[in-house]
Structures are given as C-alpha cells and as structure tokens.
Design a protein around this ligand. Structure first.
Ligand code: HEM
Length: 497
C-alpha cells in the first residue's frame, strides 16, 4: 500500500514539475496575462473570459500595449490602440495568416468541410462577382425582403404583433440567402433550416473540439456528424440545380445568353477553375451563408433594439428615407444617399460589433512588435475591437449611443467617405481592417439598409416590456443581442403612441 502511495506521490510531483516548467518556459510567459496564468488556475481565467471578455479586454487595453487573454484551449495575444491595430494589419501574409487563425478558431477542417479549407472559393466570389454585381443583386434583394417580411411578420391592421427579433431576423435572412436556391419552388423548409442551423452546429463542433488534446483532434473531428449531415441535406436540393446548369453549360457554352448571374453560378465557375466538383460548390454555399446570416441578423437586431429604445430617432430616419426614395426609388444609389441611416447602423455596430476581437491572425514566422514584444510562431494575435470602439480618446462620449455622430462628421467634411458604414480604419474595426476585412460588407450594408428602410416605412416598433435597451450577451468574444426579447410591430401610424 505504502509502495502504491509512493508511486502516486512521485508521479504527482513529476506532473507538477512538468506543468510548472511548461508554464515558466511558455514562449508567451513574458506577455502580461489578464487573469491567472499559472497551470490549472488559467482555466478559471478562461471561465471568466467566457462570461466577461469585455471587461478583461478593457482591463488589458487600459494597462498594456500588448497582453494576453485565456481562450478555451490557448492564449490569445491582444494589441491595444489604433496604432497597434494598424501595425497588426500591415504584417504580410508570409508572416501572419487570417485563414490559419480562422481555421484554428473555427476548426474549419472538421466543423465545416476539409475541401473548403483547401479551396476557399467563396472568398474570390464574394470579393469579385458578388461585390461587382451589387446593382444586379440588389433588385432581387428588395423583392425578396418584401416577400420575406410578409411571411415572417404577419401584421394585424391595428394591433401590435409580438416578434422574437433574433429568430425572425435570422429567418428573414435565410429567405434570401444569396442564391437562386432561395427561389426554389416553395422555399423548402428543410433546406432553409439546414442553412440556418449550420452556424449553430459549427459552434457546437468547435466547442467539443476545444476540449480534445491536439493529438486526438483529427480522430474526434472526423467523427463529428453535423457538417457532413448538413452537406448531405443541402446536396439533395442543390445538386439537381447544379446538374441542370452544367447540362446547359455543356450544350450552350459561351452562347448561354441568359446564364444566371448569381452566387451559385459564380461558385460553380470558381470550382471549375480549381478543378473541383459539385461537392465543393455545396460546401461553399453553406460557408457563404455561415459568414452572412448570423452576422447580418445580429447586426440588424442590435440596430432595432436601439430604435425601439429611442423612438425619437424614428422620425428623422423616416423623413430621410421618404425624401430620398421619392427621388431615387428603391435603388442602391438611394441607399448610398441615406447618411443618417448609414450613421445609425455604423454607430450601432461600433457599440455592438458581432465580435470583440477582429483583425485576428495566426503568426506563421515569429515577429517582433514595435514596442519590442516578441511573438513566436503559432501564436494567435488580434485587435480588441470592443475596447478600440470604447476608447474615449477616439470617440467623444464613447459609451453613449449617438446615432448621427458619423453623419455629423460627414457634414462638409472632405473625408466624408472615411465615416461611412463600410469603411474600416484603425479606429473602426467592426468589419476587421486591411486585406482580410469582411469582403461581404458591401453587400451586407446595402441589405441591412433596405431592411431598415422597409421596417421604418411600414411599421411602428417598440419593446414588449418597457425598461430600455436590454444588455448584450457576451460569450467568449462573441457579442449577441439579448436573447428572449420580444419586439412589438404594428402597421405604421404617423404619430407614435
Ligand atoms: C453586418 C454583417 C457582417 C458583419 C458585422 C461581418 C463581420 C466580419 C468580420 C468582423 C470579419 C473578420 C475580419 C477580421 O477580423 O479581420 C468578417 C470576415 C468575413 N466575412 Fe463578414 N460580416 C458581415 C457580413 C458578411 C456577409 C453578408 C458575407 C458574405 C456575403 C460575409 C463574408 C465574410 C467572409 C468570407 C469573411 C472572411 C474573410 C477572409 O477570409 O479574408 N460577411 N466579417
């Protein structure tokens, strides 16, 4: 018995020494940690970061130029302030990589699809044809939005109708999910659910993998069922459509005069360029929707919460929208002219960006930052969007929602474009900044504006229960609109009661 206890004691001592050595000789040891950094205790810090990332990031931002926060299974190094944000985005792809960081954080290979990890064809499509064809896509989007609203917000003539904002906005976005599949006869509910639930399943898979040691990640990752199931289900709907288009391509080639100009066709073209088949097209439709649906639905929900909390802003926004639409119709040009709305949306996103961390990169070759901090290869490094946007040196009354702060800045300003919703800068990183800033933002901004204008012009909106704007929910660095909140919609009357 004594012998067994001695062995257990000796093993425990060896494990403790090994953990202490690993901690002491961790190449990130010299970077200040927020929360405890010692072995095991750092998990308490990770638990706190999960619930309270905002405060921990703010603490680091106030104290240090470079610091680290504990994520589930690793440390993330954070830089503070616009000058460091700018420095980070300037590192070349040979030294730091957005793709590797994203795929490490999301575990793309297992939670989305291995093929997509090798051939991210959605990127050139979103950057290229989707953005170039915004005018063409725009007409379809307006049509779809109008149809979608009739489906998801059934309004009674004179009564208030209860609407669960997050759910309804996500439903709305799935109904015009960037490709002709949304126009499939009857908008098949199974396909639409597959698209929307995909995000949830990616998050679930990622969460499970975070508890799996690196050595076993591949084995466990390959066993996760959800992305395979989603790809199978989406294939049932997409593959016949893809096949039909391929047949036409074979028959007509360049003479196909009414070749569709939509996401599905652009993805098919891109897959052909990299020598891949229909599976990659299906995966990239899902990936595009993954990138688009929840980001957009959360952003608009945040903005609606501000509108419901501050009904005094409804009138100026309505007046602007009515005036501009009268002159320019429901066009992309009209959306571009709505500066107050643009500012309202940008300000909502300044305070409620979908993530507290942006400009995230994985270091491929060790780098040294301008303050002398050495960052070894393999580290994930990021800017703190949350704290940058709360910085009182950058924004007057930074903690207040001031909806027209950006349109006021644009008044008579030769740098007007600098303050529009799509523009990124070291001070405004809600869409990231630099080469890997969100490529879908040009599409998203127009889409969100059309939805806001539609709601402003057709509905009165208030919270089900009074008491102001509900607090956001922060889980790790994700910033979600308060769940379980109902908004009340009513057919618009000119005077709000
Ligand atoms: C308001 C809505 C949206 C928000 C707030 C948003 C935000 C972001 C952010 C913060 C990033 C990471 C950038 C970084 O950290 O440097 C990102 C990347 C990305 N977004 Fe968006 N996004 C939105 C809508 C969309 C839409 C509609 C699409 C697709 C049409 C899209 C496609 C992407 C893609 C593909 C990336 C990865 C870029 C890359 O790999 O270089 N996003 N987005």
């Amino acid at each position: 018995m004594v012998g067994v206890l001695q062995v257990i004691g000796a093993v425990s001592v060896v494990v403790c020494i090994a953990l202490l050595m690993r901690w002491r000789f961790d190449p990130l040891y010299h970077i200040p940690a927020i929360g405890p950094s010692s072995p095991l205790l750092s998990y308490l810090g990770a638990y706190r970061y999960c619930r309270n990332a905002k405060d921990m990031l703010q603490e680091g931002y106030n104290k240090y130029k470079v610091f680290r926060v504990p994520y589930i299974d690793r440390w993330i190094v954070i830089v503070s302030g616009p000058d460091m944000n700018e420095e980070l985005r300037r590192f070349p792809d040979s030294h730091v990589s957005f793709e590797v960081a994203a795929s490490e954080i999301i575990q793309t290979k297992y939670t989305i699809a291995p093929n997509l990890h090798r051939h991210p064809i959605h990127l050139p499509v979103i950057r290229g044809p989707l953005t170039r064809n915004l005018n063409v896509v725009f007409a379809g989007v307006i049509d779809e939005i109008q149809k979608a609203f009739v489906d998801v917000i059934p309004i009674n003539e004179d009564e208030w109708t209860k609407v669960h904002a997050i759910k309804v906005m996500a439903q709305d976005f799935r109904q015009f999910d960037l490709d002709e599949t949304s126009l499939l006869e009857g908008r098949d509910p199974e396909y639409l659910d597959t698209v929307v639930n995909f995000t949830f399943n990616v998050t679930r898979g990622r969460f499970i993998l975070s508890f799996v040691p690196s050595l076993f990640k591949s084995a466990v990752g390959h066993m996760l069922p959800w992305s395979k199931r989603a790809i199978r289900r989406a294939s049932v709907f997409l593959k016949p459509l893809i096949e039909e288009r391929k047949k036409k391509l074979r028959q007509l080639g360049d003479d196909w005069s009414d070749k569709p100009n939509d996401l599905l066709m652009w993805l098919m073209d891109e897959a052909r360029k990299v020598g891949e088949d229909d599976d990659l097209v299906v995966q990239s439709v899902l990936m595009s929707n993954f990138a688009a649906i929840h980001t957009s639905s959360h952003s608009i929900t945040h903005a609606l919460y501000h509108l419901a909390a501050n009904p005094e802003y409804v009138q100026p926004l309505r007046e602007e929208a009515e005036f501009i639409i009268k002159e320019h119709g429901w066009t992309k040009a009209a959306m571009g002219k709505m500066r107050k709305l643009d500012s309202f949306m940008r300000e909502s996103q300044r305070l409620n960006g979908i993530t507290s961390l942006t400009v995230m990169r994985q270091v491929l070759q060790s780098i040294t930052l301008s303050d002398g901090t050495y960052i070894p290869a393999g580290t994930i490094i990021s800017a703190s969007a949350r704290s940058t946007h709360d910085d009182k040196q950058l924004y007057d009354r930074a903690d207040e929602f001031d909806p027209f702060r950006f349109s006021d800045m644009r008044e008579g300003d030769s740098e007007g474009l600098k303050h529009q919703y799509v523009t990124t800068s070291p001070e405004y990183v809600a869409f990231g900044h630099g080469k890997h800033a969100c490529p879908g933002r040009f599409f998203a901004v127009n889409e969100l504006k059309v939805m806001m204008v539609y709601m402003l012009l057709n509905f009165d909106i208030k919270f089900e229960h009074e008491g102001g704007r509900p607090e956001n929910l922060n889980i790790w660095h994700s910033v979600l609109p308060a769940p379980n909140v109902n908004l009340m919609f009513r057919k618009r009357r000119d005077v709000l009661t």
